[in-house]
Write a protein of this length. Structure first.
Length: 369
């Protein structure tokens, strides 16, 4: 769209596209005013209670492809993901030296980008994330790689590869709750990226790599690590108030608070908090987190009146993943382990729509003389 240079930017576009519907979707709905999240037609708590990783993925993909409910069954997904993990391990070993010098997150980006496109690319990428992630974390800890066991459930096999020993039911359940909770969330930045790439007719692996890059920024999926850094810096519950005040006075953002859509508490924070409590984290750590949360909410109300800044998903994500003993560098890749299901489902939906996403821009530069 070409316009006169006299159009002032403040009269032009919302620079974050806030409130602009960019697609129709049957996958999830986020109501930020009431704090409600619907996943595949169910309230978040019901979806999480009803589905494990494989059945949740089956539900997302089936809806996204507009297929009858029985088309991609949880058992079929479980078997296919097992095969995909085995294939990804061969790829991991082949890439070997290419991972040298890369962070865990950069290594995962490389691993995903190395996958071949194809009919079953959604399974290949979803199966690959835990294999690359677990074995990159092992590599960083100077431990030998561990091959997947394709007959195991997806989350259980991931924990086994990462830790080198079988995981207990409580840990498997807690991580499953996390991964299913974050599988999809409306038109967030990474999902939008996946849809834009898919709309050009590019392959699904390309859409996922683009989405993953978008996820890694601290304003999106990169916040949990800084949340723990903040808790470390606060150190003791009695220091929470002064630390938070100080940070806000310096104009810093408190990680784990605020959201573009939610103007009330993020419903995912409560689901993750409940999962965290089942893990029975150390009382001290929980007390510190509670003190920081209370102090932050109180200070944000005073420093940013009218902004409605509440606890977001990343705050309890950080606590839950820390409670599971996950390395901090693995937090954003772990988010991707769940969200990859949503990204691929959105790419399928976008393909069915079959229309190139190509918005307009407002020209605010100089006009030729
Ligand atoms: N701490 C302090 N101030 C904040 C915070 C925060 N966490 N979040 C927003 N604000 C303030 C801004 O400084 C701004 O104040 P001002 O108007 O006085 O300048 C006001 O609130 C509005 O901020 P925006 O950036 O316009 O709000 P936006 O909708 O873009 O913010 C975002 C959303 C990016 C998540 C923001 O709240 C933030 O930076 N939070 C911290 C990082 C974080 O937790 N990220 C994870 C998000 S969840 C997810 O993506 C999975």
């Amino acid at each position: 769209m070409s316009t006169s240079a006299s159009v002032a930017p403040e009269h032009g576009v919302a620079s974050g596209l806030e409130g602009v519907p960019a697609a129709e979707t049957a996958l999830s709905d986020v109501d930020g005013e009431t704090g409600r999240l619907i996943l595949c037609g169910l309230e978040l708590v019901d979806f999480v209670a009803r589905h494990g990783f494989e059945s949740a993925a089956a539900r997302f993909w089936t809806i996204a492809r507009g297929e009858p409910v029985s088309a991609e069954t949880p058992d079929a997904v479980r078997a296919a993901l097992g095969q995909a993990r085995a294939a990804a391990f061969i790829q991991f070993e082949a890439l070997g030296p290419a991972f040298e010098g890369l962070t865990l997150s950069e290594g995962l980006r490389l691993g995903l980008a190395s996958l071949a496109e194809g009919e079953r690319a959604h399974l290949a990428v979803t199966g690959a994330v835990p294999v690359f992630l677990a074995n990159l974390a092992r590599h960083h800890a100077r431990k030998a790689p561990i091959a997947p066991q394709p007959d195991l459930p997806h989350v259980e096999d991931f924990l086994r590869m990462l830790r080198g020993s079988p995981a207990g039911a409580t840990d498997i359940q807690a991580l499953t709750t996390y991964l299913v909770t974050v599988m999809d969330h409306g038109m967030n930045a990474s999902t939008f990226t996946a849809r834009v790439v898919a709309s050009t007719g590019a392959g699904l692996v390309g859409a996922i790599v683009g989405a993953y890059a978008a996820l890694t920024g601290p304003l999106h999926g990169g916040a949990p690590e800084p949340v723990l850094a903040m808790l470390d810096a606060v150190g003791r519950p009695d220091r929470a108030r002064s630390w938070v005040e100080d940070a806000l006075r310096k104009g810093e953002r408190l990680m784990g608070f605020g959201h573009r859509i939610y103007k009330v508490r993020d419903p995912r924070a409560d689901v993750l908090k409940a999962a965290l409590e089942k893990l029975k984290p150390s009382g001290e750590r929980l007390e510190l987190a509670r003190a920081v949360e209370t102090a932050a909410l109180d200070a944000l109300k005073r420093h940013k009146p009218g902004r409605k800044l509440e606890t977001n998903v990343e705050f309890y994500t950080a606590m839950l993943l820390d409670g599971l003993g996950m390395p901090r560098a693995a937090f954003t890749p772990l988010f991707a382990m769940g969200r990859v299901v949503g990204w691929s489902a959105h790419a399928f939906e976008q393909r069915r729509i079959g229309r190139l996403i190509r918005p307009a821009s407002l020209y605010v530069g100089e006009l030729p003389p």
